[in-house]
Design a protein around this ligand. Structure first.
Ligand code: ADE
Ligand code: ZN
Length: 344
């Protein structure tokens, strides 16, 4: 069913219960917080004002962004910094009616600059507990390996995570995609899966369909991050559709990093029409100009998504989550109730 007006569409998106499955917590560091933490920790940053920081967020590809993203996280020093960062994200998505989030963090981005693994994860986990207690938002934590570093480094990071394994739901693979295929990390993913962790990987963001095949066949992923370039290979589309592999698609990220030239060219609607289990996510919201609902809204507007599309996307965000079956079923019923109330 189509919406009677853009305002009606906006209201529908604003209120529908949803989950976020692709969010790098370090990518939710707003320039205001960057300045506040720099001051709190006595760190010099190479920007004179919040406006100057925002102006620097003009990227022509993934690497452009990553350079500034790793620089930005340098202000994160204490457990309280990681707590404040994570809590600010939860408070923000609470206003978007997100009720569940599966959060990535990049431990190597911190340990490499001398911040203890425990400092980062303790702050993030404390905020996750408080978000559930005070906002009713449940969450899971996914530890990503930086693919521009070696597999030996990833294995050492997995080892370092041993005391926290009960609190980490899965492992992921992020950072510079081109030249760092999933095959480089086959051993560490096999080890993580043997430990009972879920596996996800960024693939097909800039990299070719071959990288998506490798993520499926060699890393044995449970969920695919991005996956845009899968559409270039009809056999791959069939595989993703037949297995109902969830794709965590990030439209405003794709626009910012020039994966698409224009949101009207974005493949999200095509993915849904092909029967793929696509979801909408924000990736690094402070860098790409929008949180969860901004992504839904901009994409719905550009691709003329109707109510069924929005409902499918919100439902997919729970179907693709690592929540238990009963909680997923409950969340889907919550969406049905919302739709009935909205229509009534
Ligand atoms: N790290 C943070 N955001 C990322 C993205 N979109 N792709 C790869 N690595 C990332
Ligand atoms: Zn990402």
């Amino acid at each position: 069913m189509s919406f009677s007006s853009p305002q009606q569409r906006q209201a529908f998106i604003a209120g529908i219960p949803k989950a976020e499955l692709h969010l790098h917590i370090e990518g939710s560091l707003e320039p205001e917080m960057m300045f506040a933490l720099a001051q709190r920790n006595g760190i010099d940053i190479p920007f004179a004002s919040v406006e100057e920081v925002r102006k620097a967020y003009a990227f022509s590809n993934l690497q452009d962004f990553l350079d500034i993203y790793y620089q930005g996280m340098n202000v994160l020093r204490t457990e309280q910094d990681f707590y404040d960062l994570t809590m600010a994200y939860f408070n923000r998505i609470h206003t978007d009616k997100a009720i569940h989030a599966e959060i990535f963090f990049d431990p190597q981005g911190h340990t490499e600059r001398g911040i203890a693994f425990s400092t980062a994860i303790d702050g993030i986990l404390r905020a996750m507990g408080d978000a559930e207690a005070h906002l009713g938002i449940t969450s899971k934590l996914i530890m990503c390996f930086l693919r521009h570093l070696s597999e030996a480094d990833a294995l050492a990071t997995l080892e370092e995570a041993t005391p926290y394994l009960g609190k980490i739901s899965g492992v992921g693979l992020d950072s510079s995609e081109l030249g760092h295929p999933p095959s480089k990390f086959a051993k560490v993913f096999a080890k993580a899966k043997a430990l009972g962790l879920k596996a996800v990987a960024h693939a097909g963001e800039e990299g070719p369909p071959d990288y998506v095949w490798e993520a499926l066949d060699l890393l044995k992923i449970d969920r695919m991050d991005h996956g845009n370039r899968s559409l270039e290979d009809p056999r791959l589309v069939e595989r993703l559709r037949d297995n109902q592999m969830t794709l965590t698609v990030c439209p405003l990220s794709n626009l910012s990093l020039c994966v698409v030239d224009n949101l009207t060219d974005h493949p999200l609607k095509k993915m849904l029409d092909l029967g793929l289990r696509a979801t909408i996510n924000s990736d690094d919201p402070s860098y790409f100009g929008g949180y969860l609902n901004d992504n839904y809204e901009a994409t719905a507007s550009a691709l003329n998504l109707d109510k069924d599309d929005i409902v499918a996307l919100a439902k997919n965000s729970f179907r693709g989550s690592f929540l238990g079956e009963e909680t997923i079923a409950q969340s889907l019923r919550r969406i049905d109730d919302y739709v009935a109330r909205f229509d009534g």
